[in-house]
Design a protein around this ligand. Structure first.
Ligand code: FES
Length: 152
């Protein structure tokens, strides 16, 4: 015969769950603070998530965050993967790919770049940094920073 749960045992369970939640809410932030952070500088190779890949295939252009950087990944008219830093070299607005005109455009001050990132017109003083976007044998898309392109 099983013992009947008493009011006291029910209160013990409720108190135990409350204390567990209380200590978890203290311990978890402390552990998260102590755990070393992953590199956030956007210096390494970026592997696109499945959702980003699906969006790229559907819209042929995508802006992804990589650490502190924004990258513009797109398929050019020959359907080659390209990647450029999406931060305009003028005042830092986010550029966008205009497939119809085959150019990169900054809406802030009408800066225009070619698909290699070179300035065509407008106020941007420098080209956009080129990254290497490629399809891996497993189907994933990776984007490598300029300095790592030789190693890939
Ligand atoms: S910020 Fe891009 S053209 Fe000025």
């Amino acid at each position: 015969m099983q013992p009947q749960p008493t009011r006291r045992s029910l209160l013990d369970v409720i108190l135990g769950v409350g204390l567990l939640g209380f200590f978890t809410s203290i311990v978890f932030p402390v552990l998260r603070y102590l755990k070393p952070m992953a590199p956030q500088d956007g210096a390494g190779v970026l592997r696109l998530s499945k959702e980003d890949q699906a969006r790229l295939e559907k819209e042929h252009t995508l802006i992804v965050r990589h650490g502190a950087k924004r990258l513009l990944v797109f398929e050019d008219p020959q359907q080659r993967l390209c990647a450029l830093e999406a931060r305009c070299t003028h005042e830092g607005c986010t550029v966008q790919y205009v497939p119809g005109d085959a150019l990169i455009w900054c809406a802030c001050h009408n800066g225009r770049f070619d698909l290699e990132g070179r300035v065509l017109s407008g106020p941007p003083p420098r080209p956009l940094a080129r990254w290497l976007a490629q399809r891996e044998p497993d189907g994933a898309i990776t984007v490598s920073p300029p300095a790592q392109q030789e190693r890939v």
